[in-house]
Each structure stands twice: as C-alpha cells, then as structure tokens.
Ligand binder design. Sequence first.
Ligand SMILES: [Zn+2]
Length: 104
Amino acid sequence: MKKGDIILCSAICVFSALLALLFLTFKNNGKTLIVKVDNKPLYEYSLGTDREIELEHNTAVIKDGEVYMLEADCKNQICVRTGKISKRGECIVCLPNRVILEIK
Ligand SMILES: [Zn+2]
C-alpha cells in the first residue's frame, strides 16, 4: 500500500465513524412519527416540528414532541380517546379507518 492509500483509507474510516456517530445521535434525539394507512407506512414526520396531519378520515397533530388524534370520523373514537403519545413504540390505532400513528 502506498502512503496515499493509507491516508485515504483512514480518512474513509474516520468519516464513516463520524457518520455512524451522527446517525446514533440523531436516532437518540429525534423521534419520528410514522403514519400508516392500510398497514403501509405512508408518511414520516419528525416530532421536533409542530404540525397538523390531515388524512382522509383522521386529523393527527404533532405538538411539543407529542402526538394525538385531533379528529376522526370513526364511530368508536378510540383513537381520539387514546390521548397523547410521545414514547418510542407507542401508537394510536384507528381500526375502522385502518390508520396507525406510531412513534419510532
Ligand atoms: Zn378512530
């Protein structure tokens, strides 16, 4: 191996280590809301940004790092009554409309 190759190799190593570190930090701090309809992941939103998500039958809200179902046209309203979720792995399910809000 030439000297240049070694430098290049270690540069790549450092770069990928940094990338992995960045990815891990992002993973720990940034939570993501996955919106699934018909069991297919349709949208992904960061919980860091407040927003309203209008779906065909449901309206979900991201506020202060929490997610809740604001409105739904389903009969049982279980999804609306689920309240706020903010932890990884938690989810709000609207069975009649086949909508799942999941935090990753
Ligand atoms: Zn519902």
